[in-house]
Design a protein around this ligand. Structure first.
Ligand code: PHE
Length: 342
């Protein structure tokens, strides 16, 4: 057997490839089986002169080893290719797998709804910083120098003298709007606010507010009432009643707390409204002339009303949620219940 023949076989083995089982079988027949070219090399042993037998035998054994090593390699290669093509083997007639959809958080839904109601009656949106200075959060809003709301128990101060704090209400945004714009102003400021309060079912140190402001000539308390009547009916249904209770805020005069008739019992009295038939949704009032002047608005010519509501409170009433903490715990069982709301 000429050694060129052996070299040729070695080259062939080295360059052999197989993608399919058939190609693998062809390789096996050509290089591994009894009748393969390697088998023939063994068969040719008998014609080799005795003195060359040993060297020839060694050479042929090496070829056999090479052939079987390569065979192993090709088996592995074919298996891998098969696995890959199986993964691509998609049955288009199968029903699709359900992709679980997330939902919109109930506070977001509530905020959107509130904004939508007020946008339709001409309010635009305004935003401001969550970290505020004393002027915008307190002083411009007519808070006296030592008003208790400025004290540490309510406000998260970041710096003292001059005071920088996390805003305690979005009234600060309204100050910024009034400083920048000329009346008529009709704006809604939704946003996150912060108060140093212990977390419970009814209170949280971080919550959300929507505050509204309307400043123009001849804005009256009647306008405030009508606006909030309209809001309550749109938000909670046409049978909802609204009640104004005298109250106090440094930045409004007169001031009133806004109550709506209890949605659960319809005003008869239940444990949600603590038997009164009414639940509170926010504060309101006529903008104090001092506040208008602080913001560069002529209080002789212009008047305004303002109101502020907690978004959590509105959502709790609307969806009958009895624990404020549920909004921030991210418990999927709670959130899932609001999946169908938009
Ligand atoms: N800023 C007040 C609060 O956070 C709410 C309010 C706004 C009251 C506007 C009256 C007018 O409690």
């Amino acid at each position: 057997m000429p050694s060129e023949k052996i070299d040729q076989i070695i080259q062939e083995i080295k360059h052999a490839t197989a993608q399919t089982k058939e190609e693998l079988e062809a390789y096996r027949l050509r290089f591994i089986s009894k009748k393969s070219v390697v088998g023939e090399l063994f068969a040719a042993m008998k014609d080799i002169p005795v003195e060359e037998k040993k060297a020839y035998g060694q050479q042929v054994n090496e070829v056999k080893l090479l052939a079987s090593e390569k065979f192993k390699e090709l088996i592995e290669q074919v298996n891998q290719t098969e696995k890959k093509s199986k993964a691509l083997d998609i049955d288009l007639t199968l029903p699709p797998t359900q992709v679980p959809l997330g939902g919109i958080h109930p506070l977001t839904t509530t905020r959107h709804r509130i904004i939508e109601i007020f946008e339709r009656i001409g309010f635009n949106l305004s935003e401001g910083p969550e970290i505020e200075d004393d002027w915008h959060n307190f002083t411009a809003l007519n808070f006296p120098e030592n008003h208790p709301a400025r004290e540490m128990q309510d406000t998260f101060f970041i710096e003292k003298n001059p005071d920088i704090a996390l805003r305690t209400h979005t009234s600060s945004v309204q100050v910024r709007v009034m400083e920048k714009e000329k009346p008529p102003i009709r704006t809604l400021s939704p946003g996150r606010v912060f108060r140093n309060e212990a977390i419970s079912a009814r209170a949280h140190c971080i919550f959300h507010q929507v505050e509204g402001l309307y400043v123009d000539e001849n804005v009256s308390f009647a306008d405030l009432k009508q606006t909030l009547y309209h809001f309550a009916k749109e938000m909670f249904g046409p049978k909802t009643k609204v009640r104004f209770r005298p109250s106090f805020f440094p930045f409004t005069e007169p001031s009133a707390e806004i109550d709506i008739s209890c949605l659960i019992c319809g005003g008869k009295g239940c444990n949600i409204c603590k038997g009164t038939g009414w639940v509170e949704i926010g504060g309101s009032g006529m903008v104090d002339p001092n506040v208008l002047e602080n913001c560069g608005i002529d209080s002789e010519r212009y008047t305004g009303f303002a109101f502020g509501m907690g978004i959590e409170r509105i959502a709790m009433l609307k969806y009958q949620i009895n624990d404020l903490r549920l909004f921030t715990e991210n418990d999927i069982r709670f959130l899932k219940q609001f999946r169908s709301l938009v």
